[in-house]
Write a protein that binds this ligand. Sequence first.
Ligand SMILES: Nc1ncnc2c1ncn2[C@@H]1O[C@H](COP(=O)(O)OP(=O)(O)OP(=O)(O)O)[C@@H](O)[C@H]1O
Ligand SMILES: [Mg+2]
Length: 222
Amino acid sequence: MIEAVKVSKEYRMGAVTLQVLKDVSLVIKPGDFVAITGPSGAGKSTLLHLLAGLDTPTKGDVRWEGASVSRLSDAKRARFRNRKVGIVFQFYHLMPELSAVENVMLPGLIGGQARRQVKERAAACLSQVGLKARQRHRPRELSGGEQQRVAIARALVNEPAVLFADEPTGNLDSKTGEGIIELLTALPTRHGTGLVLVTHDERLAGKAKYVITLQDGRKVSG
Ligand SMILES: Nc1ncnc2c1ncn2[C@@H]1O[C@H](COP(=O)(O)OP(=O)(O)OP(=O)(O)O)[C@@H](O)[C@H]1O
Ligand SMILES: [Mg+2]
């Protein structure tokens, strides 16, 4: 279970303090499918990163199974993320020097699994997102939508308890998007994977158990 308790995030920009999130509280139970929506700049990516333990709040607390994420050391947080969480970034963050399959393998190798096993699993994940024939391509040899799908495969390779994804269908045509929506929305029922998605895609948000709407850093519904 992941919980945000009155979470605020501020960025100091010289003399000005930017209030990016204000007092946001929410609970994500195991296997929940939650969609986060709201206008550009509302704080969606910031909230997703806090829930995923990539960053810590200025005020309030993010708790995983009751334990405060802010109090974990960076190393412990990284280990927890590697084991429990899959993250698809809004701008993918693939490693440019690595091929598609090597990118997908990375979280498995970091987690200390055997190379051969990780490679098999990575290949299976790439097939799942329709990229079986693109395994050896580097990110710059892939289209935006293909890079997005590599990022999804990488997020799934360690069979996370929760998948966080920032606009996972943002760069996909409607047919490819349909396939990815099917793959993602099947995760909670098929594997009990929690799903937390930032999305403007109504087909996707419509399938969520609940939708959280942010506006100017505040939760206005959900
Ligand atoms: N590291 C940072 N330093 C300063 N300001 C930041 C930082 N990261 C984000 N912001 C600001 O916080 C606000 C929220 O950003 P965020 O990326 O969470 O928005 P978003 O809802 O994901 O928008 P989009 O739909 O465009 O992706 C923005 O106004 C942004 O400029
Ligand atoms: Mg964003």
